[in-house]
Design a protein around this ligand. Structure first.
Ligand code: B12
Length: 261
């Protein structure tokens, strides 16, 4: 017993972790979805049956809401019999030292002198969500962390929204960019994947890929997805500019050192 009169927590078997609701290993999960059927008892039964087909046990419809026009929204509580082996999980990480503004500037100046690292940013394809790329690039920055424009070591150009891959690559050539920073927020029908993969293809076709660091970011992007798509790094929700600045400076310096040896 602990001081609160509760049973001491049982040790967790990390090789078979299950969802946790009320008690360890009970497998309880909550799921929400909509169906294109009118609200009513038949709709709730349809939601239960669908949950069973997903492999969930004892599904209960906790909440159903009439969305109108023949659609219903559900929250279903159920038990999942599945587990994962947490000891066997590997997630690629950007993995470089996290440096603050002053350390980033000092590292660049000590190694590269007065040359500036040229950064070209854009929100590409049909995507008009510029707040994310602005948060990384603009002087004001994000969450008290100043954007790349506030660093002496960067020369930043932000092309804004709905930039085609062709226009971005053409601007990269004209600007002699060291790095392209691409934001993708809309992910409907996986348009972010096809658009980002097409950019990689285009930089290869234009014989620019080896001269550029390709970074992408957005709330549904990760370093893993970025690597899958042929980018050098990916940054997700909550990224602050200094993480990106640190990655850029350390990677360009490392590449330059590797090229010399
Ligand atoms: C503001 C907003 C808009 C504004 C955008 C204004 C503007 N100038 O940006 C307006 C009203 C125009 C808009 C329009 C639409 N929107 Co909208 N919008 C949002 C909203 C509410 C906030 C987005 C935002 O600004 N977040 C704040 C920023 C700071 O966060 P962030 O983008 O994640 O960026 C951070 C990281 O991801 C990262 N990052 C981002 N980009 C990059 C790039 C690099 C290189 C790096 C390193 C890091 C990085 O760093 C940032 C700081 O930490 C979201 C919902 C939400 N709460 O997220 C919906 C949302 C993104 N919109 C959505 C949709 C569907 C649309 C529309 C299609 C709606 C419609 N039917 O018309 C249109 C699309 C327009 C278009 N052509 O793109 C959906 C997208 C769904 C999806 N998965 O695809 C969302 C999620 C809403 C929802 N729940 O359905 N939208």
């Amino acid at each position: 017993m602990n001081p609160h009169g509760r049973q001491a927590a049982a040790p967790v078997d990390l090789s078979r972790v299950r969802a946790y609701g009320d008690t360890l290993d009970d497998g309880q999960v909550m799921l929400s979805f909509s169906l294109p059927v009118p609200y009513g008892d038949e709709a709730k039964e349809a939601a239960r049956q669908l949950a069973r087909q997903m492999g969930l046990l004892q599904p209960q419809v906790y909440h159903a809401h009439d969305l109108g026009e023949g659609f219903t929204y559900f929250t279903v509580y159920a038990r999942s019999p599945h587990s994962v082996d947490f000891t066997n999980i590997f997630v690629p990480k950007v993995g470089l030292a996290k440096l603050d503004h002053a350390a980033i500037e000092a590292l660049w100046q000590a190694t590269m002198g007065t040359r500036k690292l040229r950064v070209l940013g854009a929100c590409t394809g049909d995507d008009a969500h510029t707040v994310g790329i602005d948060a990384i690039l603009n002087v004001k920055g994000w969450r008290g962390d100043k954007g790349l424009e506030s660093y002496h070591c960067f020369e930043v150009r932000n092309l804004g929204a709905q930039v085609t891959n062709e226009a971005l690559v053409s601007a990269a050539r004209e600007f002699a960019a060291d790095a392209l920073l691409v934001s993708q927020v809309v992910t409907q029908k996986d348009c972010h994947r096809s658009n980002l993969a097409a950019l990689v293809d285009l930089t290869e076709a234009e014989d620019l890929r080896q001269d550029l660091l390709l970074l992408c970011g957005g709330p549904r992007l990760s370093h893993t997805v970025a690597l899958e798509l042929g980018f050098d790094a990916g940054f997700g929700a909550g990224t602050v500019p200094s993480e990106v600045a640190g990655f850029l400076v350390q990677t360009v310096i490392a590449r330059q050192a590797a090229a010399r040896t």
